[in-house]
Design a protein around this ligand. Structure first.
Ligand code: CP
Ligand code: NVA
Length: 317
């Protein structure tokens, strides 16, 4: 990897992946480097199965296309086995505690991935589990997505440090994890959200501490043009996340103008790339023209979920 990657072998066995803030910069780069290694192997058609005989449980309290399928394919390609655990099929849904579930699952599995609402639930799961717990999205953060995003930016731009990412839209789980991720790798980030929909202050404060160490900046603003000026990457996400369906109409009104369209793209750097974690609400936060246009990398980004997840599993299991 490029000049901003000091590749050192780091032992991450047994580590939880709950937020990027909890990882060191070296660990983040180690995940990216491992992703590059595994992607190259996959592209050459090489079989690489370091997780033979290992089992990953995947608990889903929310819908998923990318996270579920990429984790399931990832563990299978690495020689292991993945169990999809829908919340309705678990006793968790009938009142068994998270702590008891964590202790029991630790007797069967080698790692747990969980997608849920309350971030606290992932922390409790990790506290009581003896095996690594991976956050597959909470209302607060989405670390696996942002690790794949950083890898995608690195692939497209050849470096990370010093680049500027402009995030346009809701100060949600994606905005939080992007702040954490950019701060760890020395990327500058500007987040433009409507008034009242800015990212959480405590996440900003924690990310700021990391940004001070890596020498990068974090800007939170309501001004879209200020955010996109000189940006190397434009990023957006849905206006109403999973669990906010009842607020949809109110949010559509509040977010008018916070859209990545051709006119806005022109205000970023000429070679800026456009990213979206997906699923997209085309015509709301992003236009078809931009999403399907030459600067969009959204489907490479989606593909990289698979390679990054393989890196995470290889390292922690
Ligand atoms: N980006 C992402 O996490 O997509 P899914 O909700 O489909 O998993
Ligand atoms: N903010 C979105 C991300 C989906 C991957 C949500 O939580 O629904």
């Amino acid at each position: 990897m490029a000049e901003d990657v000091v590749f050192q072998k780091i032992d991450m066995k047994g580590k939880d992946i709950i937020t990027i803030h909890d990882l060191s910069s070296k660990e983040v780069f180690h995940i990216l480097k491992t992703t590059e290694f595994l992607k190259e192997k996959a592209k050459k058609g090489e079989v690489y199965q370091p997780l033979k005989g290992k089992t990953l449980g995947m608990i889903f309290h929310k819908a998923s296309t990318r996270t579920r399928i990429s984790f399931e394919v990832a563990i299978w390609q690495l020689g292991g086995y993945g169990l999809f655990l829908n919340k309705n099929d678990l006793q968790l849904n009938r009142g068994e505690t998270i702590a008891d579930t964590a202790k029991v699952l630790s007797r069967y599995l080698d790692a747990i991935m969980i997608r849920t609402y309350d971030h606290e639930d992932v922390l409790v799961l990790a506290e009581y589990a003896d095996i690594p717990v991976i956050n597959g999205l909470t209302d607060l953060t989405h670390p696996c997505q942002v690790l794949a995003d950083l890898f995608t930016i690195y692939e497209k731009k050849g470096r990370l440090s010093g680049l500027k990412l402009a995030y346009i839209g809701d100060g949600n789980n994606m905005a939080h994890s992007l702040m954490y991720g950019c701060a760890k790798v020395g990327m500058n980030i500007a987040i433009a959200s409507p008034k009242g929909y800015e990212p959480k202050e405590d996440i900003f404060i924690s990310a700021k501490k990391d940004a001070e160490i890596t020498g990068s900046s974090i800007l939170i603003t309501n001004d879209i043009e200020e955010a996109v000026k000189d940006a190397d990457v434009l990023y957006t996400d849905v206006w109403a996340s999973m669990g906010q369906e009842a607020e949809r109409e109110k949010r559509i009104k509040a977010f008018q103008g916070y859209q990545i369209n051709k006119a806005l793209l022109k205000k970023a750097k000429q070679n800026a790339i456009v990213m979206h974690c997906l699923p997209a609400h085309r015509g709301e936060e992003i236009t078809d023209e931009v999403m399907d246009g030459p600067q969009s990398v959204v489907f490479d980004e989606a593909e990289n979920r698979l390679h990054t997840q393989k890196a995470i599993l290889t390292l922690v299991m």
